[in-house]
Design a protein around this ligand. Sequence first.
Ligand SMILES: [Zn+2]
Length: 263
Amino acid sequence: MDVQTRSVPVPTRAPSGDTNVYLLGAEPAILVDPATQTPELDRLVRDHRVEHILVTHTHPDHVGAVDSYAAQTDATVWARYGRTDRFRDATGREPDRTFTPGTTIRLGDTRVRVLTAPGHAPDHVVFEAGRSGPILCGDCAVREGSVVVGAPEGDMRAYVTTLRRLWAIDPPALYPGHGPEIDAPRETLERLLSHRAKREQRVHVAVTDGAETLDEILDRAYEKDLSGVRDLARGTVAAHLEKLDVEGRVAWDGRRAAPPDGD
Ligand SMILES: [Zn+2]
């Protein structure tokens, strides 16, 4: 299946400052994550028969031009079942249809399959382009650095499960929402998993050593300068604490952390 990528400038805090918009297939085609309208995307959309519009998740840097390209193409606009209110709030458009994990959308003689991928955002899905094909992974992975998984929007337990699931599928490539194509998916997924495990370990040690508030834990769990991203890091630490709390490894009430009873 043809996968075309257009990187478009959007107000995003991702280091690249751009979001990748994807076009799958040709006649017909599926447009994924139309983040904003550009002349280049206008041309791409005009040159292909776009029949469906999908988004990996409804963060503002992925959905800005859903409404305008839907109007231009008359394509079917899809949203995740159970998340249509969120979709409407983010895009300003009522979806035509809903998908659930496992839904397949026919595209010529092949198909695109929807897989659930929560963690970065609660409504996050990924799209498998053709049978055992590459996966459009949205903000589940990036080739360099890491993605934000911050409370309350992010769920660290779900995110780690999503990374493991993608590792098990072992697609030939991952096409991320930001930055270059990931041509060695398992390597990248292992790097991201180990990054999370290391951070979790540091958060756990900080709490065991007596740090209680988010800021105290933050100062011990990160050695780098956090100016400008402290709010994001605070959300990440909260997401780690929520995970550790569910696993019974710390007690976290949303304000203060402590070692679990009896520790
Ligand atoms: Zn996002």
